[in-house]
Design a protein around this ligand. Structure first.
Ligand SMILES: NC(=O)c1ccc[n+]([C@@H]2O[C@H](COP(=O)([O-])OP(=O)(O)OC[C@H]3O[C@@H](n4cnc5c(N)ncnc54)[C@H](OP(=O)(O)O)[C@@H]3O)[C@@H](O)[C@H]2O)c1
Length: 245
């Protein structure tokens, strides 16, 4: 079962790759840094004895998305699991004053992610088989004082995945939306606050492989974020707008 990971250089993507390789699956790693994914692919092959290859991929090069999926499938076999792992947190204060910075966040996390998902859907639907995994975020569940650019792009991506899931249900392809809370990666280095528990990329990777196996529609990781977000969504707007988080 070939697994293609798009945006394969992040710690979460690497953990997902290792988790699937450990189970004997061929791994296709696609990212902007081709040299880095080539190194990672060799490492996977040496450690786990599975086929692994690196591919050039940029979320903003829409015209190349289908080609990347097709190339990986030609080399390693039909893609059974496609993981949309890339993301851009951005610097929200800069986004407020610099439309180009805001656009990069919105475009990468939503337009690039949706284009990539459509490329995977086109590949999987004719075989009526496969799972598309989209890494969204709990940040997409409520707009907040800081970084609503990132939050709104992830919120839009979650909504998009919900529609895609409904469409592809009739075409034999499954869609899993993943909503992580705080995961220990460079993305969250500046965000760690006191007592909020932080999960490892490895634990998230295990939750994702389980979610794919059980054909879950949406997973939160760690699980308690589902209830935290339920509470936060229940705060009335008149109060919410006063909170600077
Ligand atoms: N960490 C968390 O707490 C957390 C929480 C919720 C959701 N998530 C989501 O989980 C995913 C992985 O997060 P992470 O924390 O592991 O991320 P990260 O360490 O910040 O890495 C971001 C990744 O996205 C890639 N990327 C950015 N723009 C790209 C583009 N235009 N084309 C291709 N790749 C691009 C980067 O590639 P380069 O190496 O080329 O820069 C890098 O591999 C993201 O979607 C993120 O939004 C993370």
């Amino acid at each position: 079962m070939t697994v293609l990971i798009l945006g394969a250089t992040s710690p979460i993507a690497r953990a997902i790759a290792r988790e699937y390789a450990m189970r004997g699956n061929p791994i296709a790693l696609a990212a902007r840094d081709v040299a880095e994914v080539a190194r990672h692919a060799s490492d996977i092959t040496i450690r786990y004895g599975v086929k692994a290859r690196g591919y050039a991929f940029d979320a903003l090069e829409y015209d190349r998305h289908r080609e990347t999926v097709a190339e990986a499938a030609r080399d390693l076999g039909p893609i059974e699991v496609g993981v949309i792992a890339f993301g851009d947190l951005g610097d929200w204060q800069r986004s407020v004053t610099d439309p180009t910075a805001a656009r990069a966040v919105l475009e990468t996390n939503f337009v690039g992610a949706a284009s990539t998902a459509e490329a995977l859907a086109q590949h999987m639907a004719p075989r009526r088989s496969g799972t598309i995994v989209g890494l969204s975020s709990v940040a997409g569940e409520r707009g907040r004082y800081s970084n609503y650019f990132y939050g709104s792009s992830k919120g839009a991506f979650s909504l998009y995945l919900q529609g895609l899931r409904a469409r592809l249900y009739h075409e034999g392809v499954h869609v899993l939306t993943v909503k992580p809370g705080l995961i220990d990666t460079p993305m969250t280095w500046g965000l760690r606050r006191g007592r909020i528990p932080i999960a490892s990329p490895e634990s998230l990777a295990r939750a994702i492989t389980r979610g794919v196996e059980r054909r879950r529609d949406v997973i939160y990781h760690p699980w308690f974020w589902k209830w935290v977000m339920g509470l936060l969504r229940a705060v009335p707007e008149s109060r919410w707008k006063r909170i600077k988080i």
